[in-house]
Every structure is written in structure tokens, then in C-alpha cells.
Design a protein around this ligand. Structure first.
Ligand code: HEC
Length: 200
């Protein structure tokens, strides 16, 4: 009787004395393999043909990742503070508000880590002199703080810890109150900042 197919050794298939039968792959393995092909096709259609699983074309069902991403990004932009109208805001000068501003600057929002506790500048620019990268008007400073300069390391509200309008006003007032305080060894003026913008 001829040997069963599964018992036939593969000719010339030998390495270090190990030989191999010409056996069919087990059914469970093959079905698993076919399943990955089917899932791959579904994945391809789901994400690349139906726009990241955007089922809105069916008038129901989950929204796709693309739509979700766009919505999140628009939220980020709208909370960045750039759109806020600061035109009527004026600096506070009372001791209690400046004290709150100081606590935010020196503790809560870690402004001092980049601008130095005396505001003389370190990673971030000196905030006490007449030179401003982004303008020295109170409105400019409010905008600087609320949107930050993430590409330069300053998150919104300094460290991303969102401030209420009241707190924002207090910390900006604190910054303005230090204008002209002449801290020793300030950060040298960056040539990019060599434009004089006197705070109003
Ligand atoms: C991680 C470092 C970092 C922290 C924390 C940080 N800043 Fe800044 N800040 C910077 C850098 C860097 C710039 C310069 C941005 C640029 O080059 O465009 C800057 C710019 C500014 C400006 C604009 C200065 C100008 O010349 O126009 C103001 C105002 C300011 N920061 C205030 C603050 C306040 C207030 C806080 C805390 C609420 C704070 N920063 C926290 C790094 C920081």
C-alpha cells in the first residue's frame, strides 16, 4: 500500500539532519489565515474607502475618525483664546489681585521656570523691559498667555493649566506690574526682539 501523502518526506529538504513531511496545513490554521485576509479587506474598505468609518452616508451610526479629529481640532483652536476679545480689559493694580497673579506666575502655572522668578528671562524672554516679540500692549500679553507659543515650549496658560478670566487678568496684571523692574543679569535681547514696543 502506498504510504499516505502525509508521510512522504520532502526530497532534498534537509538541514542539520532535520527533515520535513509534505503535509497539508492544518485546517484551523488555514481558516485563521483566510480570516486575516477577510479582515484586511474589511479594514481597507472601512478606513480608506468609507473615510475612516464615517457611516454618515447611511444617516446613522458612528461618526468617522476623520470627522472626530476635525471636531477636536476646531475645539482646540476655539479654546486657545485667540478669538477672545480683550479690548476692554485693563490691568489691575490692587495688591490682592497682584498677589493672586504672583501665585499663578511663581507657583500654579510655572511661568517662573521659563521667565525666571524675577521675570528677567531664561528660556522665555525677559518680561520686564521695553522689548516685546509679540507686542507690549496689555491685550497682546493677555493673548500671549492664553494661547501660549507651543512650538517654542510655552503651552497655553504657560503649562496648559487653564486659567479663568479672572486669573488670566491677575497674572497678566502681575507681569505688567513688573515692567521696568530691571532684574540683574537679564536674558540678552534676542535680535528678533530688537524692536521696541512700549507697553501702553
Ligand atoms: C516652558 C516655558 C514657558 C513657560 C512655562 C511660560 N512661558 Fe511665556 N514664553 C516662553 C517662550 C519661549 C516665549 C517666546 C515665544 C516666542 O519666541 O515666540 C514666551 C513668551 C511669553 C510672552 C510674550 C513675550 C514677548 O516678548 O512678546 C509673555 C507675555 C509670556 N511668555 C508670559 C508668560 C506667563 C504669564 C506664563 C505663565 C502663565 C508663561 N509665559 C509661561 C516660554 C514659557
Amino acid at each position: 500500500m502506498a504510504p499516505e501523502k502525509k508521510d512522504i518526506l520532502l526530497e532534498g529538504h534537509e538541514a542539520d539532519g532535520i527533515q520535513e513531511y509534505d503535509n497539508a496545513l492544518p485546517k484551523w490554521w488555514l481558516y485563521g489565515f483566510y480570516l486575516t485576509i477577510v479582515l484586511g479587506a474589511i479594514y481597507l474598505f472601512y478606513y480608506h474607502v468609507w473615510d475612516g468609518g464615517d457611516w454618515n452616508f447611511l444617516w446613522f451610526g458612528p461618526r468617522g475618525e476623520v470627522a472626530e479629529y476635525a471636531e477636536e481640532m476646531s475645539h482646540v483652536k476655539s479654546t486657545a483664546g485667540a478669538a477672545k476679545d480683550f479690548s476692554t480689559w485693563v490691568p489691575r493694580t490692587d495688591a490682592a489681585s497682584l498677589k493672586i497673579g504672583e501665585t499663578i506666575f511663581q507657583q500654579k502655572n510655572l511661568c517662573f521656570t521659563c521667565h525666571r522668578p524675577d521675570l528677567g528671562g531664561l528660556v522665555g524672554p525677559n518680561l520686564t523691559d521695553d522689548y516685546w516679540l509679540h507686542g507690549g500692549k496689555f491685550q497682546d500679553i493677555l493673548a500671549d498667555i492664553s494661547h501660549g507659543y507651543p512650538e517654542k515650549g510655552m503651552l497655553k496658560f504657560g503649562n496648559g493649566n487653564v486659567l479663568s478670566d479672572e486669573e488670566l487678568l491677575d497674572v497678566a496684571s502681575y507681569v505688567v506690574s513688573k515692567h521696568g523692574s530691571n532684574p540683574p543679569n537679564p536674558k540678552p535681547i534676542d535680535p528678533a526682539r530688537d524692536v521696541l514696543f512700549k507697553p501702553e
